[in-house]
Design a protein around this ligand. Structure first.
Ligand code: MN
Ligand code: MN
Length: 329
Protein backbone atom coordinates (compact mmCIF):
# COMPACT_ATOMS: atom_id res chain seq x y z
CA UNK A 1 0.00 0.00 0.00
CA UNK A 2 2.67 2.52 0.90
CA UNK A 3 4.27 2.05 -2.53
CA UNK A 4 1.07 3.22 -4.22
CA UNK A 5 0.99 6.94 -5.13
CA UNK A 6 -2.74 6.86 -4.41
CA UNK A 7 -2.18 5.33 -1.00
CA UNK A 8 -3.17 8.43 0.94
CA UNK A 9 -6.39 8.86 -0.95
CA UNK A 10 -7.26 5.18 -0.75
CA UNK A 11 -6.31 4.93 2.90
CA UNK A 12 -9.02 7.42 3.74
CA UNK A 13 -11.68 5.50 1.88
CA UNK A 14 -11.50 1.94 3.12
CA UNK A 15 -13.11 0.04 5.98
CA UNK A 16 -11.36 -0.27 9.33
CA UNK A 17 -9.91 -3.69 10.01
CA UNK A 18 -12.16 -5.95 12.04
CA UNK A 19 -9.05 -6.72 14.09
CA UNK A 20 -8.78 -3.05 15.04
CA UNK A 21 -12.47 -2.42 15.62
CA UNK A 22 -14.93 -5.34 15.89
CA UNK A 23 -17.08 -5.83 12.80
CA UNK A 24 -20.30 -5.78 14.82
CA UNK A 25 -19.56 -2.32 16.19
CA UNK A 26 -20.08 1.15 14.80
CA UNK A 27 -22.63 2.64 12.42
CA UNK A 28 -23.67 0.06 9.82
CA UNK A 29 -22.53 1.44 6.47
CA UNK A 30 -22.05 -0.75 3.40
CA UNK A 31 -18.99 -2.97 4.05
CA UNK A 32 -18.12 -0.68 7.00
CA UNK A 33 -16.94 1.90 4.47
CA UNK A 34 -16.73 5.60 5.33
CA UNK A 35 -19.93 7.52 4.56
CA UNK A 36 -19.33 10.31 2.07
CA UNK A 37 -21.76 12.94 0.74
CA UNK A 38 -22.29 12.35 -3.01
CA UNK A 39 -21.34 15.97 -3.77
CA UNK A 40 -17.93 15.36 -2.20
CA UNK A 41 -17.28 12.12 -4.05
CA UNK A 42 -15.87 13.38 -7.40
CA UNK A 43 -12.10 13.15 -7.41
CA UNK A 44 -11.98 11.33 -4.10
CA UNK A 45 -13.31 7.85 -4.79
CA UNK A 46 -13.46 5.29 -7.59
CA UNK A 47 -16.47 3.27 -6.44
CA UNK A 48 -19.55 4.54 -4.62
CA UNK A 49 -21.98 2.21 -2.87
CA UNK A 50 -25.52 3.58 -3.01
CA UNK A 51 -28.80 2.45 -1.48
CA UNK A 52 -32.05 2.87 -3.41
CA UNK A 53 -34.80 2.14 -0.87
CA UNK A 54 -37.72 2.00 -3.30
CA UNK A 55 -40.22 -0.81 -3.86
CA UNK A 56 -43.10 1.21 -5.29
CA UNK A 57 -42.82 -0.56 -8.65
CA UNK A 58 -43.21 -4.03 -7.12
CA UNK A 59 -46.06 -6.06 -8.60
CA UNK A 60 -46.00 -8.90 -6.08
CA UNK A 61 -44.89 -8.94 -2.43
CA UNK A 62 -43.29 -5.65 -1.26
CA UNK A 63 -40.46 -5.12 1.20
CA UNK A 64 -37.38 -4.37 -0.92
CA UNK A 65 -37.49 -0.72 0.21
CA UNK A 66 -35.78 -2.05 3.32
CA UNK A 67 -33.11 -3.82 1.30
CA UNK A 68 -30.40 -1.16 1.75
CA UNK A 69 -30.91 -1.16 5.53
CA UNK A 70 -30.79 -4.95 5.71
CA UNK A 71 -27.77 -5.29 3.46
CA UNK A 72 -25.82 -2.54 5.23
CA UNK A 73 -26.29 -4.49 8.46
CA UNK A 74 -25.39 -7.86 6.92
CA UNK A 75 -22.46 -6.40 4.96
CA UNK A 76 -20.58 -5.33 8.09
CA UNK A 77 -19.41 -8.93 8.34
CA UNK A 78 -17.40 -8.83 5.12
CA UNK A 79 -13.63 -8.56 5.35
CA UNK A 80 -11.13 -6.78 3.10
CA UNK A 81 -9.93 -9.64 0.90
CA UNK A 82 -11.65 -12.20 -1.31
CA UNK A 83 -10.26 -15.55 -0.23
CA UNK A 84 -11.32 -17.33 -3.44
CA UNK A 85 -9.90 -14.88 -5.99
CA UNK A 86 -7.25 -13.06 -3.95
CA UNK A 87 -8.79 -9.72 -4.92
CA UNK A 88 -8.47 -7.01 -2.26
CA UNK A 89 -10.93 -4.43 -3.61
CA UNK A 90 -9.94 -1.62 -1.26
CA UNK A 91 -6.32 -1.92 -2.41
CA UNK A 92 -7.45 -1.46 -6.01
CA UNK A 93 -10.07 1.26 -5.64
CA UNK A 94 -11.09 3.98 -3.22
CA UNK A 95 -14.59 3.14 -2.01
CA UNK A 96 -17.23 4.87 0.10
CA UNK A 97 -20.88 4.54 1.09
CA UNK A 98 -22.68 7.45 -0.58
CA UNK A 99 -25.89 6.93 1.38
CA UNK A 100 -29.33 6.48 -0.14
CA UNK A 101 -31.05 8.14 -3.07
CA UNK A 102 -33.88 10.26 -1.66
CA UNK A 103 -36.79 8.55 -3.38
CA UNK A 104 -40.51 9.34 -3.41
CA UNK A 105 -42.14 6.20 -1.97
CA UNK A 106 -45.48 6.83 -3.66
CA UNK A 107 -44.43 8.05 -7.12
CA UNK A 108 -42.58 5.83 -9.59
CA UNK A 109 -41.91 8.46 -12.27
CA UNK A 110 -40.72 11.05 -9.76
CA UNK A 111 -38.45 8.44 -8.19
CA UNK A 112 -37.01 7.53 -11.59
CA UNK A 113 -36.14 11.19 -12.15
CA UNK A 114 -34.53 11.46 -8.72
CA UNK A 115 -32.46 8.32 -9.25
CA UNK A 116 -31.23 9.46 -12.66
CA UNK A 117 -30.35 12.90 -11.24
CA UNK A 118 -28.40 11.24 -8.40
CA UNK A 119 -26.32 9.07 -10.75
CA UNK A 120 -25.69 11.53 -13.59
CA UNK A 121 -22.98 13.52 -11.75
CA UNK A 122 -21.37 10.31 -10.51
CA UNK A 123 -21.21 9.03 -14.08
CA UNK A 124 -19.80 12.35 -15.28
CA UNK A 125 -17.07 12.11 -12.61
CA UNK A 126 -16.19 8.54 -13.61
CA UNK A 127 -17.35 7.09 -10.30
CA UNK A 128 -18.48 3.48 -10.58
CA UNK A 129 -21.71 2.86 -8.66
CA UNK A 130 -22.58 -0.35 -6.85
CA UNK A 131 -26.24 0.03 -5.99
CA UNK A 132 -28.41 -1.90 -3.58
CA UNK A 133 -32.16 -1.97 -4.15
CA UNK A 134 -34.96 -1.64 -3.90
CA UNK A 135 -37.04 -3.49 -6.47
CA UNK A 136 -35.64 -4.12 -9.93
CA UNK A 137 -37.26 -1.05 -11.43
CA UNK A 138 -34.51 1.08 -9.91
CA UNK A 139 -32.00 -0.33 -12.42
CA UNK A 140 -33.73 1.51 -15.28
CA UNK A 141 -32.95 5.10 -14.21
CA UNK A 142 -29.44 4.05 -13.17
CA UNK A 143 -28.86 2.70 -16.68
CA UNK A 144 -30.23 5.91 -18.18
CA UNK A 145 -27.56 7.87 -16.30
CA UNK A 146 -24.70 5.45 -17.00
CA UNK A 147 -25.57 4.65 -20.61
CA UNK A 148 -26.30 8.17 -21.76
CA UNK A 149 -23.20 8.55 -23.93
CA UNK A 150 -23.04 5.00 -25.31
CA UNK A 151 -25.17 1.88 -24.83
CA UNK A 152 -23.89 -0.60 -22.27
CA UNK A 153 -23.61 -4.36 -22.35
CA UNK A 154 -25.51 -6.14 -19.59
CA UNK A 155 -25.11 -9.34 -17.61
CA UNK A 156 -28.50 -9.84 -15.98
CA UNK A 157 -28.83 -12.65 -13.44
CA UNK A 158 -32.46 -13.20 -12.46
CA UNK A 159 -35.32 -15.73 -12.38
CA UNK A 160 -37.23 -13.28 -14.59
CA UNK A 161 -36.54 -11.42 -17.83
CA UNK A 162 -38.03 -8.08 -16.69
CA UNK A 163 -38.64 -7.17 -20.33
CA UNK A 164 -42.42 -6.90 -20.15
CA UNK A 165 -43.96 -3.99 -22.07
CA UNK A 166 -46.51 -3.04 -19.43
CA UNK A 167 -48.27 -4.52 -16.45
CA UNK A 168 -51.66 -3.84 -14.81
CA UNK A 169 -53.51 -1.68 -17.31
CA UNK A 170 -50.33 -1.11 -19.26
CA UNK A 171 -48.23 0.57 -16.59
CA UNK A 172 -44.84 0.92 -18.21
CA UNK A 173 -42.72 1.62 -15.13
CA UNK A 174 -42.69 -1.54 -12.97
CA UNK A 175 -40.05 -3.95 -11.76
CA UNK A 176 -41.08 -6.20 -14.67
CA UNK A 177 -40.17 -3.66 -17.38
CA UNK A 178 -36.78 -2.01 -16.66
CA UNK A 179 -34.75 -3.71 -19.39
CA UNK A 180 -37.39 -3.15 -22.07
CA UNK A 181 -37.41 0.54 -21.25
CA UNK A 182 -33.60 0.70 -21.17
CA UNK A 183 -33.31 -0.98 -24.59
CA UNK A 184 -35.99 1.34 -26.02
CA UNK A 185 -34.08 4.34 -24.68
CA UNK A 186 -30.87 3.16 -26.32
CA UNK A 187 -28.89 2.96 -23.08
CA UNK A 188 -28.50 -0.83 -23.35
CA UNK A 189 -27.14 -2.70 -26.36
CA UNK A 190 -29.37 -5.81 -26.62
CA UNK A 191 -26.76 -7.52 -28.79
CA UNK A 192 -24.37 -7.35 -25.83
CA UNK A 193 -26.91 -8.50 -23.27
CA UNK A 194 -27.31 -11.88 -21.59
CA UNK A 195 -29.95 -13.00 -19.08
CA UNK A 196 -29.06 -15.99 -16.91
CA UNK A 197 -31.21 -18.15 -14.63
CA UNK A 198 -34.72 -17.57 -15.95
CA UNK A 199 -37.33 -20.09 -14.80
CA UNK A 200 -40.76 -20.53 -13.26
CA UNK A 201 -44.26 -20.20 -14.61
CA UNK A 202 -45.07 -17.44 -17.09
CA UNK A 203 -48.16 -15.49 -18.08
CA UNK A 204 -47.86 -16.02 -21.83
CA UNK A 205 -46.01 -18.33 -24.23
CA UNK A 206 -44.53 -15.40 -26.13
CA UNK A 207 -43.26 -13.57 -23.04
CA UNK A 208 -39.59 -13.68 -24.10
CA UNK A 209 -40.13 -13.15 -27.82
CA UNK A 210 -39.56 -9.40 -27.77
CA UNK A 211 -36.23 -9.69 -25.93
CA UNK A 212 -35.02 -12.46 -28.22
CA UNK A 213 -36.04 -10.45 -31.28
CA UNK A 214 -33.81 -7.61 -30.05
CA UNK A 215 -30.88 -10.03 -29.93
CA UNK A 216 -30.81 -10.62 -26.18
CA UNK A 217 -29.21 -13.96 -25.28
CA UNK A 218 -31.38 -15.80 -22.75
CA UNK A 219 -29.97 -18.74 -20.78
CA UNK A 220 -32.80 -20.36 -18.82
CA UNK A 221 -31.97 -22.12 -15.56
CA UNK A 222 -32.41 -25.58 -17.09
CA UNK A 223 -29.79 -24.73 -19.71
CA UNK A 224 -27.43 -23.52 -16.98
CA UNK A 225 -27.89 -26.85 -15.21
CA UNK A 226 -27.23 -28.84 -18.39
CA UNK A 227 -24.18 -26.90 -19.59
CA UNK A 228 -22.59 -26.01 -16.30
CA UNK A 229 -21.50 -22.70 -14.81
CA UNK A 230 -18.04 -22.39 -16.43
CA UNK A 231 -19.57 -22.68 -19.92
CA UNK A 232 -22.30 -20.16 -19.15
CA UNK A 233 -19.85 -17.68 -17.63
CA UNK A 234 -17.61 -18.05 -20.68
CA UNK A 235 -20.55 -17.35 -22.95
CA UNK A 236 -21.44 -14.27 -20.90
CA UNK A 237 -17.89 -12.94 -21.32
CA UNK A 238 -18.10 -13.59 -25.07
CA UNK A 239 -21.49 -11.88 -25.44
CA UNK A 240 -20.32 -8.79 -23.54
CA UNK A 241 -16.91 -8.58 -25.19
CA UNK A 242 -14.52 -5.69 -24.60
CA UNK A 243 -16.95 -2.78 -24.30
CA UNK A 244 -18.39 -1.14 -21.16
CA UNK A 245 -20.84 -3.30 -19.26
CA UNK A 246 -23.20 -3.36 -16.31
CA UNK A 247 -24.05 -6.26 -13.98
CA UNK A 248 -27.56 -6.49 -12.52
CA UNK A 249 -28.17 -9.23 -9.97
CA UNK A 250 -31.73 -9.97 -8.77
CA UNK A 251 -31.50 -11.99 -5.56
CA UNK A 252 -34.43 -14.14 -6.74
CA UNK A 253 -31.96 -15.80 -9.11
CA UNK A 254 -31.09 -17.81 -6.00
CA UNK A 255 -33.33 -20.66 -4.96
CA UNK A 256 -35.84 -19.69 -2.24
CA UNK A 257 -34.02 -22.17 0.00
CA UNK A 258 -31.10 -19.73 -0.02
CA UNK A 259 -32.95 -16.45 -0.53
CA UNK A 260 -36.56 -16.65 0.68
CA UNK A 261 -36.72 -12.94 1.49
CA UNK A 262 -37.71 -11.60 -1.90
CA UNK A 263 -40.96 -10.54 -3.54
CA UNK A 264 -41.23 -13.08 -6.36
CA UNK A 265 -39.44 -16.31 -5.34
CA UNK A 266 -39.08 -19.12 -7.90
CA UNK A 267 -38.12 -22.71 -7.14
CA UNK A 268 -35.14 -24.31 -8.83
CA UNK A 269 -32.61 -21.50 -8.61
CA UNK A 270 -28.92 -21.12 -7.90
CA UNK A 271 -27.40 -22.20 -4.63
CA UNK A 272 -25.44 -19.48 -2.82
CA UNK A 273 -22.19 -21.16 -3.87
CA UNK A 274 -23.24 -21.36 -7.52
CA UNK A 275 -24.17 -17.68 -7.53
CA UNK A 276 -20.77 -16.69 -6.13
CA UNK A 277 -19.04 -18.94 -8.66
CA UNK A 278 -21.02 -17.42 -11.53
CA UNK A 279 -20.15 -13.86 -10.50
CA UNK A 280 -16.46 -14.78 -10.22
CA UNK A 281 -16.69 -16.17 -13.73
CA UNK A 282 -17.40 -12.66 -15.05
CA UNK A 283 -13.93 -11.46 -14.05
CA UNK A 284 -12.19 -9.34 -16.65
CA UNK A 285 -15.23 -7.59 -18.11
CA UNK A 286 -15.16 -3.79 -18.30
CA UNK A 287 -17.85 -3.12 -15.72
CA UNK A 288 -18.85 0.51 -15.20
CA UNK A 289 -21.54 -0.23 -12.62
CA UNK A 290 -23.58 -2.95 -10.96
CA UNK A 291 -26.50 -3.56 -8.66
CA UNK A 292 -27.98 -6.10 -6.29
CA UNK A 293 -31.76 -5.84 -6.01
CA UNK A 294 -34.96 -7.34 -4.61
CA UNK A 295 -33.78 -8.30 -1.12
CA UNK A 296 -36.88 -7.81 1.06
CA UNK A 297 -35.99 -7.95 4.77
CA UNK A 298 -39.64 -8.12 5.98
CA UNK A 299 -39.87 -11.50 4.18
CA UNK A 300 -36.48 -12.59 5.54
CA UNK A 301 -36.87 -13.27 9.27
CA UNK A 302 -33.63 -15.28 9.57
CA UNK A 303 -31.56 -12.70 7.68
CA UNK A 304 -30.27 -15.35 5.26
CA UNK A 305 -31.33 -13.37 2.17
CA UNK A 306 -29.65 -10.18 3.35
CA UNK A 307 -26.52 -12.22 4.05
CA UNK A 308 -26.65 -13.67 0.53
CA UNK A 309 -27.16 -10.18 -0.88
CA UNK A 310 -24.30 -8.68 1.12
CA UNK A 311 -21.94 -11.53 0.24
CA UNK A 312 -22.78 -11.25 -3.45
CA UNK A 313 -22.41 -7.47 -3.26
CA UNK A 314 -18.85 -7.95 -1.98
CA UNK A 315 -18.15 -10.43 -4.76
CA UNK A 316 -19.48 -7.89 -7.29
CA UNK A 317 -17.45 -5.11 -5.64
CA UNK A 318 -14.35 -7.19 -6.35
CA UNK A 319 -15.26 -7.28 -10.07
CA UNK A 320 -15.80 -3.51 -10.11
CA UNK A 321 -12.50 -2.83 -8.35
CA UNK A 322 -10.72 -5.09 -10.81
CA UNK A 323 -12.29 -3.15 -13.71
CA UNK A 324 -11.33 0.20 -12.17
CA UNK A 325 -7.72 -0.98 -11.79
CA UNK A 326 -7.64 -2.31 -15.34
CA UNK A 327 -8.85 1.01 -16.75
CA UNK A 328 -6.25 2.88 -14.69
CA UNK A 329 -3.38 0.79 -16.08
MN1 MN B 1 -35.69 -8.79 -11.61
MN1 MN C 1 -36.66 -11.63 -10.48
Amino acid sequence: MTEDPDAGRIAHHRPPSGMASPRFSGVASFMRLPILAPAEAPGRIDIGLVGIPFDGATTNRPGARLGPRGIREASTGTRARNAATGIAPYDLAACADLGDVCINPIDVAATAARIEAFYAPLAAAGIVPLSVGGDHFVTYPVLRALGRDRPLGLVHIDAHSDTDDGQYDGSRLTHGTPFRRAIEDGVLDPGRMIQIGLRGSVDAADELDWARAQGVRIVPMDEVAMRGLPAVAAEARAVIGAGPAYLSFDIDALDPAYAPGTGTPEMGGFTSREALFLVRGLSGLDFVGADLVEVAPPLDPSGITALAGATLAFEILCLLAQAVAARRN
